[in-house]
Design a protein around this ligand. Structure first.
Ligand code: AMP
Ligand code: MG
Length: 392
């Protein structure tokens, strides 16, 4: 059995970014850029009015009345020449004539019969968004490794981009094992339970940005497990199995994986919850066997699967975001193993609910972080510092 930190290190040794793909900009939210995106032109690529008002060319004598000679709307493409003492009505986004000295806000003017009166001083260059003031042609608009946000999609669209190189998102299969599992909608008979791991993991994968997810169920029969493994390993880049990885007579997953020459990266971590977890590789494919207990499966997903998926998708910081927080009460860790506790951080303090058993999902559903207690931490008091891992 290895330590939590050893498990993280081994995963980092093996984790790699996946292939690069060209994705439609509209589908790229949350993806990571695989190359710099260069601005193909100056942005904006013409001097642009920042206001509704008048573009003016100064008089030699600095007078404040101007002859209005026309109108420029946003989108007008013609070029316009102003002589000294002339003004042109212009609207936000309109192309400012090269001969203009400034744009004067409408609010500072009165126009009567084609004659414009300007109140106050005219400042050279005022209210003109200069060509290239955002980006020059050839500048890096967004660099490789950047996660595409909604605003990023807007920026790249403004630069005329419609498809971009990103790290591809993996396909993932989930196999849940157990004779006892039914689906919500089925009628439970005593002794049976609803499968919560599939929907939990499916949602956690979606939250991670993964869309290509296939789900399979197997009873605790080797033949069923084997056929599910055959299909899932063929189909997906990542395979997540839940249940059947512990030491019970009907825990068949370890043997089933071992007989397929999976390279085991680790099996069992000194932690609570989630001790029986296996990570391995079959060629380029990743296999994680997660514990059946729902809270254990969830913790193992976020602490071990999530970072490998994120690495594949090109994120340079693959782990849950880590931070130090102040405990609002005492906490004990008597297990002799590291602990991941479902917890709620608010107003600078972290509160750990009492319900931490591995079958308990309610405290997980209410949590916004996991408190990580290293193996050698046995007792902490209110006010002590702990490491929290933000849930996505
Ligand atoms: P196992 O690791 O297969 O022995 O499962 C450990 C515990 O988790 C048992 O109580 C199982 O009934 C429960 N469990 C296993 N799989 C699921 C699942 N998909 N949804 C909810 N509970 C599960
Ligand atoms: Mg089972």
């Amino acid at each position: 059995m290895i330590s939590v930190t050893e498990a993280w290190q081994r995963l980092l040794v093996h984790a790699q970014s996946g292939p690069v793909q060209i994705l439609a900009l509209a589908d790229a939210l949350g993806a990571v850029l695989a190359a710099d995106i260069i601005s193909p032109f100056d942005s904006p690529d013409f001097d642009m009015s920042a206001m509704d008002g008048y573009a003016v060319r100064m008089h030699p004598m600095q007078e404040n009345t101007f002859l209005v000679t026309g109108e420029i709307q946003a989108g007008d493409t013609g070029s316009y020449v102003l002589n000294p003492g002339e003004a042109v009505r212009i609207f936000t986004g309109g192309m400012v004539p090269a001969t203009a000295d400034a744009v004067v806000m409408q609010e500072w003017t009165t126009e009567t019969n084609g004659s414009l009166m300007v109140k106050g001083e005219i400042v050279q260059g005022a209210n003109i968004r200069r060509r290239g003031s955002q980006l020059g042609k050839g500048d890096i608009a967004l660099s490789a490794g950047t996660e595409i946000t909604a605003a990023g999609i807007g920026l790249l669209a403004s630069l005329g981009q419609f498809s971009i190189p990103v790290f591809s998102r993996p396909s993932v299969s989930i196999i849940t094992t157990g004779n006892e599992l039914l689906q919500p909608g089925d009628t439970l008979v005593n002794g049976q339970i609803y499968d919560s791991n599939t929907p939990f993991l499916q949602a956690a994968l979606q939250e991670t940005g993964i869309r290509n997810i296939s789900c399979f169920r197997a009873t605790d029969q080797r033949t069923e497990l084997d056929s599910a493994l055959d299909i899932a390993l063929e189909l997906s880049d990542f395979l997540l199995i839940t249940g059947g990885i512990s030491v019970g007579k009907y825990d068949l997953v370890y043997d089933a994986l071992n007989s397929r020459n999976i390279d085991i990266i680790f099996y069992k971590i000194s932690q609570k919850p989630g001790k029986p977890i296996l990570a391995g590789k079959l060629g380029e494919k990743w296999v994680f066997a997660l514990p059946g207990n729902p809270a254990s499966a969830g913790v193992c997903f976020y602490e071990y699967v999530y970072p490998v998926l994120r690495k594949y998708m090109g994120f340079s910081k693959p782990f849950l975001k880590r931070e130090t927080a102040i405990l609002s009460h005492m906490v004990k860790n008597k297990s002799g193993r590291a602990a991941f506790l479902r917890a709620a951080f608010s107003q600078g303090k972290v509160q750990i609910p009492a319900q931490q058993d591995s079958h308990i999902l309610q405290s997980f559903a209410m949590a916004n972080c996991l408190v990580y207690l290293p193996q050698d931490t046995e007792l902490l008091q209110a006010g002590d510092k702990v490491e929290i891992h933000w849930l996505p």
